[in-house]
Design a binder for this molecule. Sequence first.
Ligand SMILES: N[C@@H](CCC(=O)N[C@@H](CS)C(=O)NCC(=O)O)C(=O)O
Length: 216
Amino acid sequence: MKLYVTDLSPNSRRVIAAVGHLGFDGETEIQKYDLIKGEHRSDELKAVNPNQKVPVLVDGDFSLWEANPIMIYLGERAGDEAFCPTDRRGRIEVVRWMSWEVQHFNRALGDIVWETVAKQVFGFGAPDTAKIEAGQENFRRFAEVLENHLADRNFVLGDDLTIADFAVGSHSALAMHPQSQVPLEEFTRVNAYLERLEAVPAWAATAPKPRAEAAE
Ligand SMILES: N[C@@H](CCC(=O)N[C@@H](CS)C(=O)NCC(=O)O)C(=O)O
């Protein structure tokens, strides 16, 4: 298999971590693009993803884009029913939390950390305070949902890790970055959940490095 990704990307991190967690490392070539240099605007990437975005997984003659479906594909290919549930309730719970994180939770987190962390890393200018505040307001709304949900479970679907956690927790490193301005201190269970996720070996192995180091 071949996986097209980029550094410092929660969408890329979740699929690289899924490859590692499911034991596909040995049979997966990872190709990294530097988006700042425009490397993703290549004919090679366009041939496998007309959107010219990463991540993309190519398995034989099948190319699949969109991070969450890639994780589901990998989980089902591995036949790991604990990590990628196949029962009706488990499957729909995964889809529910993946839809929620894309539309609400990680959209809010992405809006904040783009302003507070990523813009500076990529040299895109000063943070916009109004956008940070709007992101924080949205984050508080949806973090409260996760905070309450985690009252009696360690992970999103229960006490065991699933692909839903690699989706919901995909922004963990950026959210916990000292400059993030994400009000995690108001949500102790969410904070503990992100720390639990960071302790998962395959997730820890994909922790983002500072850009200079990542470029080496
Ligand atoms: N919904 C897509 C998002 C993909 C995406 O936005 N990828 C970014 C990197 S995180 C990208 O490739 N951006 C390049 C561009 O927009 O030109 C997914 O889940 O995979």
